[in-house]
Each structure stands twice: as C-alpha cells, then as structure tokens.
Design a protein around this ligand. Structure first.
Ligand SMILES: Cc1cc2nc3c(=O)[nH]c(=O)nc-3n(C[C@H](O)[C@H](O)[C@H](O)COP(=O)(O)OP(=O)(O)OC[C@H]3O[C@@H](n4cnc5c(N)ncnc54)[C@H](O)[C@@H]3O)c2cc1C
Length: 381
C-alpha cells in the first residue's frame, strides 16, 4: 500500500473517528427514512472536509486527490449515502470550477463551496441517456448579457441542497458548429426548477432529483472554461470522479467483509463457528485479496492524478474493478449471514443495495470497458 504522509494519516484518523461516532449511529436510520442527513453534512462542513481540494486562499484545505479518496473511503465504510454526498460535492460540483473557472468564478463560488454554504452538483445525464453523453439535448443561446438554457438533467446528486449546478449544454461556435459547453447555474437563476426526490434502491440518504432548465437565465460570465472543450473538460472531471467512486466501493467492500467476518466467527453450525469451514472462509479470503488489489489500484491512480498525469484508463479500471468487487463482496456477505443477511436487522443488505449503483453512476461498467478498450488501441495499435 502506498505510504501516507503524516498529514494524510491525521486526516484518515480524524475522518474514521467522525464516521464511527457521528455517521454510523444514524446510517441505518437515514436509509430507512430515505432522509438526507443535513445535520451530518453541516458537521462535515465544519471539519473542513467539503473544501478538501480547494486552495487555502479560497477557504479550502488545499489537499490532494489521495486525501479525497481517504475521506470518501472512510465515510463509505459506515454510510455510502454520506460518502456520495461529500464525493459528488467535491469531485463533480467543485472540481470543474476549480479546474476550469476564471479567477472571478473561483472567487465567487469556491469559498461558498469550501465552507458548505453551497453544496455542489453536476448535471451531465439527460432523460434521453447518460452513456451517450455527447448527444446532449440541453441548449444554451447567448442573448445580450445572459445565456438562455433549455432542457433537463436527471439523477442529479445533491440537487435539492445545492447552491450551484455545473451543467453541460449545446451551443454554437463562431463557425456555426454545434459544440458542448459548460455553465455554472445558480440555484436562484430564474428558470431553474428542481424535481421530486427519486425513490432509489440504495444511497437512500443521498438526494437525487431531476432539474429543469426552462428559459433559465444565466449571466454571460458563468460560461465555464473553454466553450469549445466543455465536453472534454467534463470527461476529465469524471477521471477524478471515478477514482473516488472506486474509493467508495472499497469502503463498502471493507464494511461487508468486516460484517461477514464478525458474524461467521459467532454463528455455530455442525458444532463449530461457521468461519472454520473452508466453504465459508475461502470466499472471504478471496474478497480480502481483491480488496487489497483494488485499494492498490485506487491509491496508485490517485497518486498519478495528483502528479497531473493522464489517468483516464486507470481511473476507469479502478472504478470497474472496485465496483464489481463491491457487488461480489456484498453478495457474498449476505450469503455468509444466511437468512439474517437477507433481513434489514443486519447491515449487509444495505451494503448490497448501496453497491449496485457503483456499476452505473459516473459511467456504467460497460462504459468503463469502452474507455479502457479505446485506450488499449492507442497503446497497442
Ligand atoms: C443514484 C444516481 C446518482 C447519479 N448522479 C448523477 C449526477 O450527479 N450527475 C449526473 O450527470 N448523472 C448522475 N447519474 C446518472 C448516471 O451517471 C447515469 O445513470 C449513467 O451514466 C448511465 O446512463 P443512463 O442511466 O442514461 O443509462 P443508458 O445510457 O441509457 O444505458 C443503459 C444501458 O445500456 C448500456 N449501454 C449504453 N451504451 C452502450 C454501449 N455503447 N456499449 C455497451 N453498453 C451500452 C449501459 O451500460 C447500460 O447498461 C446518477 C445516477 C444514479 C442512479
């Protein structure tokens, strides 16, 4: 495993302590009630965790991708809903402004995102499809000093609690060609409205909604980054996002393994704890081995991300591997707990429901394989 710096170790211990004392006690409850844990997110904001990558000059902690990975993994060990709320805010809601914003945009939005005054959200997926994200239907037309946006985005994490939404929309360049650009839409911008909460299988404490842009008026200066490269900017944001989804998956796999180990050492069948049976212990040994590999992949690609190397292929690999492992691990944990694994009294059924979406969000497993396969052609010809 990569060697953490003293600062990273302190962060890990602080987040672990907070997760066990403040997040774990309500994790089952927010899942059952499908309730966004606003009070926990406020505490997380006070700890400075919402501003992890934001430079200190804008009120953030000025930390690296590894620090975000540590935070997301530790939170996901106890509550995937809390982990994705923080993860989506940092990687999807904040990073585009941090990476591509003008000084004016950074000054305007980053302090509010760092302090938690605003939660951030990211709107790429549309009702007509998420995998084919280049086929964007939302439009933006410049009218005097404002962009007029029309369209809608679905499955937007944090939507009801966000102050800013970074969205993609189709525009035209000077040559009249259709291009995809990115915009910062503020919650108060006229014409933005927010739909009802989606009823989900898992991540039930995380807020997911559709947003509607109905002649939404956005100031001209809220165009984000190079208008000709809005789409490639979004894709590069997804690289860091996918690394952090891998971290979230690793946290869930850890939790499933821990619960299975605890239960199987206590449960007795045929006169001995069931963990003594190789049929029970071998699958868990395999999951532990793959979790080790998955964490190595995740931290190694996070380190490369911090070194500003291109991580598109390895981020897709880490996300693919870690999310499929989380599905396998949570399925196996239910099996190890037998009938109780299938009941809500034990947390493994929640882990299982929380794991499934990892194979869908921020690019499905099929899309990760497309990304990897394309990169293979570049490498091997
Ligand atoms: C809980 C949750 C939170 C989310 N949060 C956000 C968010 O904050 N912001 C955001 O923008 N989006 C968000 N999403 C959307 C998510 O990224 C999309 O659901 C995902 O990208 C898939 O898009 P889709 O649902 O439209 O499926 P589709 O694109 O319609 O795909 C359907 C199926 O077809 C397969 N498929 C499509 N094309 C191909 C191909 N070429 N080869 C092989 N298989 C293919 C897919 O893999 C999938 O299995 C969220 C989704 C969920 C469920």
């Amino acid at each position: 495993m990569i060697e953490f710096t003293e600062e990273q170790k302190m962060l890990r211990d602080m987040v672990r302590d907070f997760a066990e004392n403040e997040v774990l006690p309500i994790a089952a409850e927010i899942d059952k009630e499908e309730r966004f844990p606003a009070e926990t997110i406020e505490k997380i904001a006070k700890l400075g965790l919402l501003g992890i990558p934001i430079p200190e000059e804008f009120g953030g902690a000025g930390l690296d991708t590894i620090s975000t990975v540590i935070t997301v993994e530790e939170l996901a060990k106890v509550c995937a809903s809390t982990a994705i709320t923080v993860d989506a805010h940092i990687t999807l809601g904040t990073m585009p402004i941090l990476s591509f914003g003008t000084e004016q945009q950074k000054n305007k939005y980053l302090p509010a995102l760092a302090s938690g005054k605003y939660l951030g959200a990211f709107g790429l997926t549309e009702p007509s499809g998420g995998s084919d994200a280049g086929n964007c239907k939302t439009t933006a037309v410049l009218n005097g000093d404002e962009w007029i946006l029309n369209g809608s985005k679905v499955f937007i994490t944090n939507a009801n609690y966000s102050g800013t939404f970074v969205v993609t929309a189709k525009t035209q360049n000077q040559a009249g060609d259709s291009i995809i650009s990115a915009f910062v839409v503020e919650r108060e911008n006229p014409g933005l409205s927010i739909g009802k909460s989606e009823k989900k299988m898992g991540w039930r404490g995380s807020d997911t909604r559709q947003i509607f842009l109905d002649n939404a008026r956005v100031p001209k200066e809220n165009l984000l980054g190079d208008p000709n490269h809005g789409f490639s900017q979004f894709l590069s944001i997804l690289d860091t996002g996918r690394i952090c989804i891998a971290a979230l998956a690793n946290g869930i796999t850890h939790a499933a393994l821990k619960e299975a180990l605890k239960y199987t050492q206590e449960r007795v069948a045929f006169g001995k704890p069931i963990y003594k049976f190789q049929g029970v212990q071998f699958p868990l040994a395999k999951i532990a081995t793959k979790l080790h590999a998955s964490r190595l992949m995740t931290y190694s690609v996070a380190k490369k991300d911090d070194a500003k190397e291109n991580v598109t292929k390895e981020a897709a690999m880490a996300k693919l591997f870690a999310s499929e492992l989380a599905m396998k691990a949570t399925t196996q944990a239910i099996q190890a707990l037998g009938g109780f694994g299938y009941c809500r009294e034990y947390p493994v059924e929640r882990y299982f429901r929380d794991a499934k979406v990892l194979e869908i969000g921020e690019g499905t497993s099929e899309v990760q394989q497309l990304v990897i396969a394309r990169k293979l052609l570049e490498e091997f010809g």
